[in-house]
Design a protein around this ligand. Structure first.
Ligand SMILES: C[S@@+](CC[C@H](N)C(=O)[O-])C[C@H]1O[C@@H](n2cnc3c(N)ncnc32)[C@H](O)[C@@H]1O
Length: 297
């Protein structure tokens, strides 16, 4: 029986229907699942966290490639299905959890090292999941994730493109992001309306970089990026002045003048549009703001 036939009959036998609220679009071609596992660049000693096990289309080739798989699944119907079928190999541990509520520190201890994640995730949670990865990056080595094409395009976007924005800068600041595969709706049951893209996110090890931002600068970095893209058409001077990084100054003109000095000290033109700035420019802005705010400029 084809994987597609197996998926349908497994669902029918267990009175399971693909649940929209959990974004259940199951992979139906083994060769595609194997291609995603290859995109994960997994070694035989690796412990892999798989998010969203579903009917195990990815779990089985993963278990053949890695030493151990820690599978996370939110749907109790799917958990019951695997318990009744005993279809998962011995090197797979299944955890009934919501990944958005999962403690990554605990998961890292369970896996014995920084996490290597594979996920074919519901599109509805892709943004919160990406932000959770960024927040928990000290616990994560790499993540190979299937996403809605539009979301992947934003994460991969370069300065100057229409897709370049908050997620592109926040992620590319701390990781190398690569496009690995594009998949058509025909790869899934039920079929989504849009193409999917598999990306690989490899988080930088902080101690490898001499240009790491301090926690205070990092806080400013996030605030600057969010402010800069809140009005894409405005100049960096106007967006950052209206965000007001100097609330202690009563006069708006003083705020604007000081913000201009910060931007020039960072080596940038105050008239530039944020969407054209490379990641390094946002890092330089964070350091410059920090120096002005702490009186060390
Ligand atoms: C797109 S399906 C993929 C299933 C399987 N990995 C595949 O490729 O065929 C997404 C899976 O993630 C599960 N899921 C949805 N939200 C989740 C969450 N917050 N935490 C963990 N699993 C979740 C769904 O129940 C579903 O099994």
């Amino acid at each position: 029986m084809s994987v597609y036939g197996k998926t349908r009959s497994a669902l029918q036998q267990h009175h399971l229907a693909p649940k929209k609220k959990f974004g259940q679009n199951f992979l139906v071609h083994r060769h595609t699942a194997e291609a995603i596992v290859r995109a994960g660049e997994i070694g035989p000693d690796d412990v892999i966290v798989e998010v969203g096990v579903g009917l195990a289309a990815l779990t089985l080739p993963l278990a053949q490639t890695a030493r151990r798989v820690v599978g996370i699944e939110i749907d109790s119907g799917i958990i019951r299905f695997h318990q009744q079928e005993h279809d998962l190999p011995d090197n797979v541990i299944l955890l009934h959890r919501d990944i958005l509520k999962t403690d990554f520190d605990e998961l890292e201890q369970q896996c014995g090292g920084r996490l290597k994640i594979i996920a074919n995730l519901p599109y509805s949670i892709s943004n919160p999941f990406i932000f959770k990865l960024i927040e928990n990056r000290r616990h994560v080595e790499k993540a190979t994730i299937m996403l809605q094409k539009e979301v992947a395009d934003r994460l991969l976007a370069a300065p100057g493109s229409k897709d370049y924005g908050i997620p592109s800068v926040l992620l590319q600041h701390c990781a190398r992001v690569r496009k690995m595969l594009t998949l058509s709706p025909a790869e899934f049951h039920p079929q989504p309306k849009i193409d999917s893209v598999v990306i690989q996110i490899a988080f930088h090890l902080q101690q490898d970089r001499s240009d790491v931002l301090s926690p205070e600068e990092m806080e400013l970095f996030t605030k600057i990026v969010r402010a800069a893209f809140s009005q894409r058409r405005k100049t960096i001077l106007n967006t950052l002045s209206s965000a007001n990084f100097f609330p202690a100054l009563p006069d708006r003109n003083d705020v604007k003048k000081l913000t201009e000095d910060v931007i020039i000290t960072a080596g940038l033109s105050p008239q530039v549009r944020p969407e054209t700035l490379p990641i390094k420019a946002f890092e330089d802005l964070s350091r410059s703001f920090h120096r002005f705010l702490t009186g060390t400029a």
